[in-house]
Design a protein around this ligand. Structure first.
Ligand SMILES: Cc1cc2nc3c(=O)[nH]c(=O)nc-3n(C[C@H](O)[C@H](O)[C@H](O)COP(=O)(O)OP(=O)(O)OC[C@H]3O[C@@H](n4cnc5c(N)ncnc54)[C@H](O)[C@@H]3O)c2cc1C
Length: 240
């Protein structure tokens, strides 16, 4: 019988879990190494993620083919993000001018909280796929044609070093990926030219306030889960 190819995915966040689904649906054997010791717990005020129609379709396919009792549609954890509008405001006081830079009526994205998206994708995976508390250390590729890749990781609970051999290594270890750093040591992160301000509002005790009613009129993505501003972050976008 032909051996199933095996992939080792480093990073068990949204990219790593999505890769695991994609490879499982192509009949690969998968192991995901994640340094966090346990799955993240859902937090309603975490980062928000926009999903384009193609991503939503992929995720729905994975959910449908999951043998587990998970919701079969991404709709259960997302809200419509139908229109994309970029606006600029210049001046102040009486001279304040607002201008629409772009408006896409066909945007048709869905928005999800990062934690909800991760929890849904993770719950649809076989439970033995993700090895929590496994810190990726290094990899080496054998010299023979079609060579295998050997990955070393430290088990954080025991300090034991384990070696996993596969046919493919996927570096889903984030924007500061040590795997990318190894393969492409020179590229530096580059400022993309824009910064986004992000705030989280908590009006859960006062959902019918004028502020919330006004905001709801402006945007469709605010559901009943909007929760108040504890943090105002500046996310400076970088490209690598
Ligand atoms: C404050 C903040 C707000 C954000 N807001 C938004 C937003 O509003 N909308 C949006 O679309 N995106 C947002 N983002 C970005 C979003 O979080 C990322 O795009 C997304 O999480 C990237 O997913 P990823 O799986 O590629 O990487 P990450 O989420 O960074 O995951 C990398 C994973 O690899 C693991 N890992 C790293 N090194 C190792 C190792 N050596 N061994 C084992 N595991 C390892 C990490 O523990 C982590 O789980 C935000 C990010 C931040 C920090």
């Amino acid at each position: 019988m032909k051996r199933r190819p095996k992939a080792v995915v480093v990073g068990g966040s949204v990219a790593g879990i999505a890769c695991a689904h994609s490879l499982l649906s192509a009949d690969w054997d998968i192991v995901v190494l994640e340094k966090s010791r346990c799955p993240p717990t859902s937090c309603p005020t975490g980062a928000g993620v926009g999903l384009d129609p193609q991503s939503s379709n992929f995720i729905n396919t994975w959910l449908h083919s999951s043998p587990y009792n998970t919701p079969h549609s991404i709709r259960t954890i997302t809200l419509p993000l139908s229109i994309d509008q970029n606006q600029s405001v210049t001046g102040g006081g009486n001279k304040k001018r607002s201008q629409t830079i772009s408006r896409d009526e066909e945007f048709n994205f869905r928005s999800a909280y990062w934690a909800d998206l991760h929890a849904l994708l993770y719950s649809a995976l076989p439970s033995n796929v993700v090895l929590w508390g496994h810190f990726f250390l290094s990899f080496s590729v054998s010299d023979d044609i079609g060579g295998s890749v050997s990955v070393k990781a430290r088990v954080l609970q025991t300090d034991e070093i384990v070696e996993i051999v596969g046919d493919l290594l996927v570096g889903a270890d984030g924007c500061l990926s040590s795997i990318r750093q190894h393969l492409l040591p020179n590229p530096k992160l580059r400022y993309s030219g824009y910064a986004a301000w992000r705030g989280i509002l908590d009006f859960s005790m006062n959902e019918e306030s004028d502020t919330i009613v006004g905001l709801r009129g402006l945007t469709q993505i605010l559901g009943s889960a909007c929760t108040l501003i504890l943090v105002l972050e500046v996310i400076v976008h970088y490209m690598s």
